[in-house]
Design a binder for this molecule. Sequence first.
Ligand code: MN3
Length: 248
Amino acid sequence: MKKMTKRNFLKTGAVLGAAGFVGAPAFAAGTPPSEEFLKQDMINDQGQYVLPPLPYAYDALEPHIDEQTMRLHHDIHHNGYVKGLNKATEKIKSATADNDFSLIKHWESELAFHGSGHFLHTIFWNNMSPKQGTRSKTLDRQINNDFGSFDKFTNLYKSASKSVEGSGWGILGYQPHTDKLVVLQAEKHQNHSQWITYPLLVVDVWEHAYYLKYQNKRAEYLDAFFEVINWEDVSQRLDELKTAFGGK
Ligand code: MN3
């Protein structure tokens, strides 16, 4: 069992490929992780957040999630969150140094919006894979205990995600303090506020995540998402949390 760190929880599990930032050539799906990729940090030498590369090629999830959507979603949308997070972090640092908090409400809001966007997308990319893998015994048992069966969980997760108002996320999370799974809607991700829950499986239901291929048919996108869920990643996230928090 890998020791859980914040970085590991976001990045490991479905780390399939070698390093390469935006614009670098994509690598083949299913390539084992390189040392460079695993050592790569969420933060660069200057202390800034960095956009992690996709853990597979842009077209690896075809036909379920199309290449053009993945390019726009990762290179433009996710990168925008990283830039916004760095800017907010910098502004709050300056405000703290200068003891001038006149704009703190604005920058705290930017920090939450871009930070949530960055971290949820980082989990989201790893939550998907062309190779779906299998659910661990622990994850299956927990799903059965908390939702009745995998089918019942699937219906709940898809229904909750489909009915998120406007833009947002569907989230399967784990509460280490209660050793329970819970499905949540995050209508505005900066407001996702059930703080004791850790996300295990997140689905981006903002229109930019599916509009090119599925237009307004969010339900069809969710069916497609279920064809590319990386269950080994979801299982590992649960294992890491249970190990860290002593769950059964
Ligand atoms: Mn998105």
